[in-house]
Design a protein around this ligand. Structure first.
Ligand SMILES: [Zn+2]
Ligand SMILES: [Zn+2]
Length: 263
């Protein structure tokens, strides 16, 4: 297949499979490249991110696979760096993502469950879901500055549960202003954005991140997209990658098929 995926997880964070199982499946699918990007260790205790003490093993496993499979697939050593991750070094590339908002000294998870999201919006924002989104996009706007990431991960993750439990009015002028400001702030940086199909394979959404409106704005900045599956198991490595490639093609938008194009 023409497209690869660079947003992937293993059992070093919240994925189900080992590095080698994931890589073998990618080879079987005919991918020419593959990027590992487990969740980086966080600055606070977190059940689904990599543990600090596992990071050197994570790197050496990937470097060993990179060498061993080099005739079959090009492997990249990446990491998904959260706004609140410990600083990263020694990686081929970084995906910058926001999974938490720090509010009044508490780290609010954005993608835990619809019930948790409702509870947090009520408790910390007095029910103002748009204020919650405004705080989120301020962090997104600062992602490059904070992490020096190459790829912005799931740009509108804040809407993860909005199809099954709509609490955010994504047509509201305040919502639109918030994301437009983030995209505008990131415009002058070298970041590109991923089309992320992860929530589709997990049954939360019918459409990928980010929304069509955001995709149109980003495309107008002449930034290419990278299409990623944000996979957590061997069965979802290629979910919707080809159809998203076709969708971008039909719109006349550009995408990369080799990460070396942006590194
Ligand atoms: Zn993520
Ligand atoms: Zn991820």
């Amino acid at each position: 297949m023409e497209v690869s995926t660079y947003h992937t997880h293993t059992n070093f964070s919240d994925g189900k499979n080992t590095h080698e199982e994931m890589l073998k499946k990618a080879i079987q699918l005919g991918m020419r490249e593959y990027g590992f990007s487990d969740h980086a260790p966080m600055i606070f205790p977190c059940s689904w991110s990599m543990k600090q003490e596992d990071e050197s093993a994570y790197k050496s496993i990937i470097l060993e696979l990179k060498e061993r499979y080099k005739d079959q697939i090009k492997v990249y050593l990446g990491i998904e760096q959260d706004y609140y991750s410990t600083p990263a070094s020694g990686y081929d590339y970084l995906i910058g993502s926001v999974h938490y908002i720090e509010k009044n000294g508490v780290y609010l998870p954005l993608d835990e469950s619809p019930a948790k999201t409702r509870e947090n919006v009520e408790k910390y924002y007095g029910g103002d879901a748009l204020a919650y989104c405004e705080d989120y996009y301020k962090l997104v706007a600062d992602l490059y500055n904070k992490t020096k990431c190459h790829i912005i991960g799931h740009l509108d993750l804040i809407t993860k549960f909005n199809e099954i439990d709509p609490i955010i009015d994504t047509t509201h002028p305040r919502y639109i202003k918030a994301y437009k400001e983030a995209i505008e702030k990131l415009k002058s940086t070298p970041v590109i954005y991923e089309i992320n199909t992860g929530a589709i394979s997990r049954g939360y959404r019918k459409s990928p991140y980010p929304s069509d409106e955001m995709i149109d704005i980003i495309a107008s900045q002449n930034k290419p997209f990278v299409i990623c599956s944000d996979t957590h198991s061997t069965s979802t490595i290629d979910t919707n990658l080809e159809s998203e490639k076709q969708r971008l093609k039909d719109k006349g938008y550009t995408y990369i098929t080799a990460l070396s194009d942006i590194l």
